[in-house]
Design a protein around this ligand. Structure first.
Ligand code: XUL
Length: 511
């Protein structure tokens, strides 16, 4: 029997999941919630409190503390971590960690008697990490546009985007040149945690690296001209681009019963890992992930970019490329609508969808409590084409869920049209939300048995590095769960609502 550990360090939590190959079973799992389990890091929902609503940073020591707590919990669950043959993982995309010259030496000499978060704190050249929710780099994006024009999208897969790491690094260099000088290495969340596991600098994979506006997808290496424009000397501060095995597990982790030296696969971004973990790494089916962010992605047959300039192309960890559209106001927005309507999650399915009809009489509401990413709108506020505040909770819920689904459809048109969509993430557990997606997209919506597709993808990538074929892993671990068939009676209803959602995206926020 071979066991593989997959880890997903996402926005609000860190999860670990052990797969048992051959048996096709999940052997163990553990999770750490940043708000409730590690409140001492002051990052509720994974974000530090900063007054400027466009700035979103996190404490990178939160992620290493969560990694240790997850391993402690996994060990306490009774599973023998000594059986694990390889480790893989994924991180929230775009977030960056700035390390000084002490990082390499500290990693090589970790002391098992002291927590990682204490030992690594002094290796940070920048105390906090900008994460994907940050929208504060519009000036730097415009500078990149001016310098490189269309080439940026044609070569890196995306135009300049606020949350992408390149514009974030440029802003850091402009605002804190002395701290930039002290930075010896810049990692993504994924490559940072992978480095901690192997005790030395890990590569950045093309799935996550393509979320930086820095990786040339034609050469699969950092673009020297773009790197130098972003900040002087940047290329030397970036880890190498790579795939496969990053290195052997650091002896530090034997304290959790893991074996030193087992292979650790190069980590990737949470969305590319989910592409693998949902079994959608081969072209033909799309994935909707309903997490902190809502994302729509699919493997790409050939390199093509979004003509509207909102979507992205990343490397596919299984080879080739993937497309992605990302919406910032996902689960936290749904939760806020739920709280403000004074209802529980059961209300979404048992009441809201039963009491209202598909199409909601044309009433739509985009819950943009935070600046939105797709389309890029910096002024937060709910956009509704009816009197949202006085409407019944069931009407509010349907208006929000349908608007989110229509926005996904509208901005995923460039990716292609799909008969089958695999759905993952917390909100995919709601049958009402799944049926809405099926009707809006007029596609069959399949959920998979494992809810955390990013951690599963990490475990599958680890097994693949150890010689197991992705085909057999996919057959074993991504069986279809529930299926929602589209109701053709609503095809016209939603087709006709597409212009309405596009108009609503241009509207002013409600008072
Ligand atoms: C993708 C994106 C988000 C994060 C969330 O481009 O920004 O989906 O990866 O973890």
């Amino acid at each position: 029997m071979s066991y593989y550990l997959g880890i997903d360090s996402s926005t609000q939590s860190l999860k670990g999941l052990v797969i048992e190959c051959d048996a096709g079973k999940i052997a163990a799992q553990a999770a750490v919630n940043f708000s409730t389990d590690l409140p001492q890091f002051n990052c509720p929902d994974g974000v530090l409190h900063i007054n400027d609503p466009l700035i979103k940073h996190s404490d990178p020591m939160l992620w290493v503390a969560a990694l240790e707590l997850m391993l402690e919990r996994l060990q306490a669950s009774g599973f023998d971590l000594g059986l694990i043959a390889a480790i893989g993982g994924a991180g929230q995309q775009h977030g960056s960690v700035y390390l000084n010259q002490r990082f390499a030496r500290t990693l090589a000499t970790l002391d098992q008697s002291r927590p990682l978060s204490v030992q690594l704190r002094s290796t940070l050249a920048r105390p906090t990490s900008p994460i994907w929710m940050d929208s504060s780099t519009t000036a730097e994006c415009r500078e990149l546009d001016k310098q490189f024009g269309k080439r940026l999208q044609e070569d890196t897969g995306s135009p300049a985007i606020e949350r992408f790491t390149g514009p974030q690094i440029r802003k850091f260099h402009k605002q804190r040149p002395e701290l930039y000088e002290q930075t010896a290495r810049i990692h993504l969340v994924s490559s940072f945690l992978c480095s901690v596991l192997i005790g030395e600098d890990a590569p950045i994979d093309s799935g996550d690296g393509a979320g930086m506006n820095l990786l040339n997808l034609r050469t699969m290496d950092w673009d020297p001209e773009i790197a130098e424009f972003i900040a002087p000397g940047l290329a030397a501060k970036l880890a190498v681009v790579g795939a496969g095995v990053a290195g052997g597990l650091s002896p530090y982790f034997t304290k959790y019963g893991l074996k030193a030296g087992i292979p650790v696969a190069v980590w990737t971004g949470d969305n590319p890992a989910s592409l693998v973990g949902t079994g959608a790494w081969r072209s033909g089916m799309a994935v909707v992930s309903l997490g902190t962010s809502d994302t729509f992605f699919a493997a790409l047959d050939k390199f093509s970019t979004d003509p509207d300039g909102y979507g992205h192309v990343f490397g596919n960890p299984a080879g080739g490329f993937m497309s992605l559209a990302c919406f910032k106001n996902g689960s936290l927005a749904r939760d806020r609508v739920r709280r403000e309507a004074g209802v529980g999650w059961a209300f979404f399915d048992q009441e809201a969808f039963a009491r209202t009809l598909p199409g909601n009489g044309g009433q739509l509401a985009l819950p943009w409590f935070e600046a939105e990413i797709t389309p890029p709108v910096l002024r937060p506020g709910v956009r509704a084409n009816f009197d949202f505040n006085t409407a019944a909770p069931s009407v509010q819920v349907r208006a929000v869920v349908e608007a989110q689904a229509l926005a996904l459809r509208s901005h995923a048109l460039w990716i292609g049209s799909f008969d089958t969509i695999r759905v993952t993430g917390g909100a995919s557990r709601s049958p009402g939300i799944r049926q809405t997606l099926a009707n809006v997209f007029q596609a069959r919506v399949e959920s998979i048995a494992v809810a955390d597709s990013a951690a599963l993808g990490g475990a599958m990538i680890a097994a693949h590095c150890d010689g197991v074929s992705l085909e057999s892993l996919t057959a074993q671990f991504t069986p279809i769960g529930e299926v929602c068939e589209p109701d053709p009676a609503y095809a016209v209803t939603y087709q006709e609502l597409l212009p309405a959602i596009q108009e609503l995206e241009r509207a002013e926020p409600m008072k």
